[in-house]
Ligand binder design. Structure first.
Ligand code: ZN
Ligand code: ZN
Length: 294
């Protein structure tokens, strides 16, 4: 995505209330019955704004969320809020006692349930994020990455909605009906002792087929959004969403090498610290086929 200016239309339109009130949004209102833009209208819980740093964290969270929403809309994916659909999308940005002893919750996990995506707002704090990255051993950990991953859980049931698609899913990702809580317990108990399965895009993907799916989904969004940005800058390696998937995958392989090399030139960590296997490419093709059925 080049910039989230894409959803900013003619200047006569009304800015989102979160722009004028808190300077955390730059989109226009598209629903005349709402004071909020499409992205902000999906909010269920926002941070305590009496604390200035929480407002800064919220701004980072909203910025990442708009990027996610832009991608979902660009891909033509169904996107409804809870007002329209009880299983629609909603966002809660919450903290727990680890970052604020005065709040009720002991432990808030970033996660998804029936369209409701929760993010622990401490992830918007750079120090906390770096500690979590080191603790988890994840080379790539960002707010946008979290949101893309959780949106994958949301779209699982929306896109894999026939027996045929479920059978295709199971062939690639495994049997998602296996006990999820137990699988995660087992994963964390053995995490340090297991090598990454080359069929997976990340180590965490091997915890359960649903997590494998959500990880692949997030990589699909990393890919199409970054290629879209490159195309907006007239780069040869750029690609539009509807371009041929084989060409898209090829360009992504080349572009990520360039991206990482540029970062190294600046003394930064790799922007895309992943090497995708043939199995991972097959899974990305599967996601593409669900979004753009032939
Ligand atoms: Zn807004
Ligand atoms: Zn997940």
């Amino acid at each position: 995505m080049y910039s989230d200016d894409a959803l900013m239309a003619e200047p006569s339109r009304q800015f989102c209330k979160n722009s004028s009130d808190y300077n955390v949004c730059n989109w226009f209102v598209t629903d005349e019955d709402s004071a909020y833009c499409m992205s902000c209208s999906l909010n269920h819980t926002i941070p305590n704004l009496l604390r200035p740093e929480r407002r800064r964290w919220w701004k980072s969270l909203e910025h990442a969320k708009r990027r996610l929403i832009y991608s979902l809309l660009s891909l033509g994916l169904p996107l409804k809020g809870k007002k329209e659909d009880p299983l629609g999308m909603a966002f809660s940005f919450i903290e727990d006692k680890r970052s604020n002893p005065q709040v009720f919750e002991d432990h808030v996990n970033t996660g998804h349930f029936d369209g409701h995506i929760t993010v622990n707002i401490a992830e918007a704090d750079q120090v906390t994020l770096e500690k979590a990255r080191a603790f988890s051993g994840e080379l790539y950990r960002t707010l946008l990455g979290h949101l893309r991953h959780e949106s994958g859980h949301y779209y699982f049931s929306k896109l894999i909605n026939t027996d045929e698609k479920l059978a295709q899913f199971r062939e690639l990702f495994g049997d998602e009906s296996k006990d999820y809580d137990q699988a995660l317990k087992d994963y964390y108990a053995n995490k340090g002792k297991t090598a990454k399965d080359p069929a997976m895009v990340s180590h965490y993907a091997q915890s359960h087929p649903w997590e494998d799916w959500a990880e692949v989904w997030s990589h699909y969004l990393h890919m199409v959004d970054t290629l879209d940005t490159a195309a907006a800058f007239d780069q040869q390696l750029g690609a539009g969403h509807l371009d041929d998937i084989e060409e898209t995958l090829q360009k992504w392989s080349q572009l990520t090498i360039m991206l990482n090399s540029l970062n190294r030139s600046m003394g930064l960590e790799d922007a895309y610290p992943f090497v995708l296997s043939d199995q991972a490419f097959t899974k990305l093709r599967f996601v593409h086929g669900l979004i753009y059925p032939s």
